[in-house]
Ligand binder design. Structure first.
Ligand SMILES: *[C@@H]1O[C@H](CO)[C@@H](O)[C@H](O)[C@H]1NC(C)=O
Ligand SMILES: *[C@@H]1O[C@H](CO)[C@@H](O)[C@H](O)[C@H]1NC(C)=O
Ligand SMILES: *[C@@H]1O[C@H](CO)[C@@H](O)[C@H](O)[C@H]1NC(C)=O
Ligand SMILES: *[C@@H]1O[C@H](CO)[C@@H](O)[C@H](O)[C@H]1NC(C)=O
Ligand SMILES: *[C@@H]1O[C@H](CO)[C@@H](O)[C@H](O)[C@H]1NC(C)=O
Ligand SMILES: *[C@@H]1O[C@H](CO)[C@@H](O)[C@H](O)[C@H]1NC(C)=O
Length: 897
């Protein structure tokens, strides 16, 4: 029962899938809730399966020849229909009937050479109609008559010869009318047929061969605000005519870009006298001359654009009357071929000017009065002009202005003199980059810049810095010194000591090799430090005399640190200690191959880490786990990774799973070694064998430990065997109970027995025996105490046994003396061991190496306490001290411990 029910459902579903899939696949429209984008699909018909709720339908760039209203009727919620770039030439009258909500209709790039007279009959609600690029030659009848609510009409790029849109008043709500790129030769009064109250505000007539403006041609456009006449052939005369027709309109923006206005006479703009033009664009006109008093008719002008002209002499009254001008663009305004001149006080009329752009005027000379009168100027751009030297008077005319930003980049500057900017007390941004400055900055150059926040000095020839270089500008926040061949006039410590508010410092590309640990001291607010392309490798080497130089210490607010390409091969473990706010760290393009384990201990909030192109072979968990955890971006490509379990397993696993963005993960992370992995992607490293590694590892560690202990033992035996043997013997004696019983109290006959070579006898007489003086000590001295120098072996043995100490007087002769060596020494040594007595005192009369001592008498210094080894001083005045030491040695207890 159950299965018979399910089966037909299954068949139905399958059938549905089979039927539906091709239909969905046929139109590849991108559909979102509001919009269906069916552009570029080579459609011949309107797709009929789109959601009926869409508001925007884009059918542009297809092959539609007709637009049957019936096919569109199911999308009756449409506001916006774009059928541009098709081959339509007729319009279904019912279109707007079926799409009652349509507001925007785009018919550009079709084939409507004639506007169908009834095409827009029902489009009373249409607000925007685009008919550009259709080859329309003219309008017959009144096709736009019913477009009561049309706002924007675009008929540009057609072949129209007049502006006429019909022969009766219509389009009461039109505000933008775009006619550019047509063939209109004359503007006639009767061609603008609009109801008297119409609202056309913007008229674009660019790129038309207009040769005549009929009297009153703008009369029907009383609300005209923006008139665009770019790329025309107006010239001074026609411009004058044009201006004379504009009174009576609301004109505020007039664009005369590239209209062959080669000269402005004092009458050219006269017609604008009773208008309210606020913005005038006369750029790119090859203009060579502006007469005095040319702008006196425009007291309300706010924006004047004169960019790219060829004026060779700006006279002092040219700008007279522009008392409300805020923005003046004189970029490339002066002749580029010959030296040009600005009369002094030319800008005196512009009391309200705020922005003056004079970029790229290479051939003008600025005097100390050029800028006089610009009291409200805030931004001055002189980039690309020519200055060479800035003297204290160069900008003195601006000393009462409110200048905030001054651009002096690319001005061929070689020197800034003292107090060059004195008086610019509101200046915040000073750009001196890309010049040829070559000088020692004493600090006086910037005097008077009380509010300066940013100085850009990058890309200059050579700057020599000292601790006072920036002391006149403690308010500085950003300092760019990239590629300035920096040298330090004095030691570099505390170079920036005065800049407590500095947040950005760029010292990149300077080939700096030598800086002090304290170079950045005082920069508590520094957030961005760029040191890329320097030569700091030596500073971080262990072998650096005095140890690694930790020049980053104290920069606790650092967020971005760039050390790209510094030749770094070692990083001290403490290099980044304390930099706990670090977000971006770039160590790319260095030679780093090992990372101390705790290197990144403080970098838990790092977001971007760049280690590309180093010599990294292994990425170890202990070092990197902490820092990779929080990372947003990692760049570690192009390193010679060693794809073995120990080196890479953890990283390969991380790389496979991480959500961190790792650009080049599939191309730049390639194993170098071992040979069977050479060329394989790190992320494809097979780490399954590594998991079975643990027991083997333990075994390995165990056997390694045993083997190496053995080796150490053997080596020890070989090189330190005597010591072991000696202490063993001493220990043995102790354990076997052979220890001297009454160590301190036993009565010895002598305090010391003296063993010496025959040749040293005189020394003994002279320096040792006198110590007996006053019966303080009693020495056993063979030559004196034995009968006639008789050498009785038993006597010697007994004497040694009856002496508390035995003194060896060691010289070359002693080592060569058979008698001493063979017998006496042996005897004494035997006593020393058998009795466990610390009884031997070595007196070295000359420097005898240990190996010779061992070779001759089988003893080493290391067997004896240091107080029992004495050296005869070379200087006489130290003999007293020697004797004192000897007395201490003689008095020391005999216990071995
Ligand atoms: C503008 O003219 C239309 C008729 O074309 C009229 O309905 C409207 O009230 C007029 N508006 C003004 C402000 O005169
Ligand atoms: C305009 O220039 C002419 C001579 O070029 C001069 O006679 C006339 O006074 C000037 N007009 C004004 C307003 O400066
Ligand atoms: C510029 O410096 C010179 C001397 O160096 C001085 O005589 C002159 O008064 C200074 N000018 C200004 C405007 O400070
Ligand atoms: C440094 O910055 C602080 C806080 O913004 C400000 O109060 C202080 O005046 C600045 N110091 C200088 C010398 O401008
Ligand atoms: C990473 O993934 C690849 C394929 O997705 C796999 O071959 C490789 O074994 C994985 N490596 C690790 C370490 O998980
Ligand atoms: C990556 O993101 C996914 C989904 O946001 C999350 O489930 C997964 O745990 C993340 N993986 C890691 C390694 O953070």
């Amino acid at each position: 029962m159950k299965s018979t029910f399910i089966f037909p459902v299954y068949v139905l579903c399958t059938a549905y899938v089979i039927i539906m899939v091709p239909i969905i696949a046929e139109n590849h429209c991108k559909v979102t809730t509001e919009k269906a984008d069916c552009s570029h699909l080579e459609l011949y018909t309107i797709p009929s399966d789109l959601p009926t709720t869409i508001k925007i339908l884009d059918l542009s760039h297809n092959r539609l020849k007709t637009l049957p209203a019936a096919n569109l009727s199911r999308y009756d919620k449409l506001h916006h229909l774009d059928v541009g770039y098709n081959t339509l030439h007729i319009l279904d009258t019912a279109l707007c009937q079926k799409l009652p909500l349509l507001k925007i209709l785009n018919l550009q790039h079709n084939e409507f050479s004639k506007i169908p007279e009834k095409g827009f009959l029902y489009c009373t609600d249409l607000a925007e109609l685009r008919l550009n690029s259709n080859g329309i030659k003219g309008i017959t009848g009144n096709p736009f008559e019913s477009l009561q609510n049309l706002n924007i009409l675009d008929v540009s790029h057609n072949k129209m010869t007049t502006t006429a849109l019909g022969d009766k008043e219509q389009l009461p709500n039109l505000s933008e009318l775009l006619y550019s790129h047509n063939m209109i030769g004359e503007l006639r009064k009767e061609d603008f047929m609009f109801p008297f109250n119409n609202s056309v505000q913007k008229l674009d007539l660019s790129s038309n061969p207009v040769k005549e403006f009929q009297e009153g041609c703008f009369q029907k456009l009383p609300n005209l605000r923006t008139l665009i006449m770019a790329n025309m052939t107006l010239g001074p005369k026609l411009t004058e005519k044009l201006c004379s027709q504009l009174p009576g309109t609301q004109i505020t923006v007039l664009i005369l870009l590239n209209s062959q206005l080669t000269k402005i006479y004092n009458t050219t703009l006269k017609g604008l006298e009773s208008t309210n033009v606020l913005s005038l664009d006369i750029s790119k006109n090859f203009m060579s001359q502006i007469d005095n008093n040319s702008f006196i008719y425009l007291p309300n002008l706010r924006i004047l654009n004169l960019e790219e002209n060829q004026v060779s002499h700006l006279t002092s009254k040219a700008f007279k009357g522009l008392s409300n001008l805020r923005y003046l663009n004189l970029k490339k305004f002066f002749s580029s071929s010959k030296d040009s001149k600005i009369d002094d006080l030319s800008f005196q009329w512009l009391q309200n000017l705020q922005y003056l752009n004079m970029e790229q005027n290479k051939k003008i000379y600025f005097s100390e009065f050029t800028f006089s009168g610009l009291t409200n100027l805030t931004n001055l751009d002189l980039g690309g002009c020519s200055f060479q030297t800035i003297r204290n008077e160069t900008f003195s005319s601006l000393s009462n202005s409110s200048l905030i930003s001054l651009n002096l980049s690319k001005i061929d500057l070689t020197k800034i003199e003292s107090r060059a900017f004195y008086g610019l007390k509101h200046l915040e941004v000073l750009d001196l980059g890309i010049n040829q400055i070559d000088q020692y900055l004493t600090g006086q150059e910037f005097e008077g810049l009380h509010k300066i926040k940013q100085i850009y000095l990058s890309y200059n020839k050579h700057l020599s810095l000292t601790r006072s270089s920036f002391c006149s500008i403690p308010s500085l926040e950003k300092l760019n010194l990239r590629k300035t061949a920096i040298t330090f006039k004095s030691p570099s410590n505390s170079l920036f000591q005065c800049l407590h508010n500095l947040t950005h410092l760029d010292l990149g590309n300077n080939n700096i090799a030598n800086i002090d640990e304290d170079i950045f001291s005082g920069l508590h607010n520094l957030r961005i430090l760029s040191l890329q392309h320097n030569n700091l490798a030596r500073l971080w080497k262990k072998a650096n005399p005095g140890g690694p130089v930790l020049f980053l210490k104290g920069l606790q607010n650092l967020e971005i640190l760039d050390l790209l390409s510094n030749g770094l091969d070692e990083i001290p473990a403490e290099a980044f200690r304390g930099l706990s706010d670090l977000k971006i760290l770039n160590l790319g393009e260095n030679n780093i191959y090992v990372f101390p384990q705790s290197l990144f201990a403080d970098q838990e909030s790092l977001l971007d880490l760049d280690l590309h192109k180093n010599l990294i072979t292994s990425v170890e968990e202990n070092t990197f786990k902490n820092v990779l955890g929080s990372l947003r971006n990692l760049s570690m490509g192009n390193n010679p990774f060693d794809c073995t379990c120990e080196s890479i397993a953890w990283f390969a696993d991380w790389l496979n799973k991480t959500n961190t963005s790792v650009p080049g993960r599939d191309s730049q992370y390639i194993c170098n070694t071992p040979s069977n992995y050479h060329g394989v992607l790190v992320k494809n490293f097979d780490n399954s064998p590594c998991k079975d590694h643990a027991p083997f590892m333990a075994l390995f560690i165990f056997s390694f430990t045993v083997t190496s202990s053995l080796v150490v033992f053997v080596l020890l035996l070989n090189f330190q065997g005597w010591r072991i043997k000696f202490h063993w013997t001493v220990l043995e004696n102790k354990i076997l109970g052979l220890t001297e019983i009454d160590l301190g109290d036993r009565n010895f006959e002598y305090d010391a027995y003296i063993i010496h070579a025959k040749k040293d006898e005189s020394w003994v007489y002279r320096y040792l025996l006198p110590l007996e003086n006053g019966r303080q000590y009693k020495f056993c001295f063979e030559e004196r105490d034995f009968e006639a120098g008789e050498s009785n072996l038993q006597l010697i043995v007994n004497s040694i046994r009856n002496s508390r100490k035995v003194i060896f007087v060691i010289t070359r002769y002693f080592l060569n003396d058979q008698w001493c060596r063979r017998f006496k020494v042996q005897q004494a040594f035997q006593q020393f061991i058998v009795d466990s007595r610390d009884s031997i005192i070595l007196l070295f009369l000359e420097d005898i190496p240990d190996y010779k001592l061992n070779y001759s008498i089988k003893m080493r210094r290391g067997m004896f306490k240091s107080r029992c080894i004495l050296e005869w001083p070379l200087q006489n005045e130290r003999i007293g001290a020697f004797q004192q030491k000897l007395k201490i040695a003689l008095g020391s207890p005999n216990v071995v411990n």
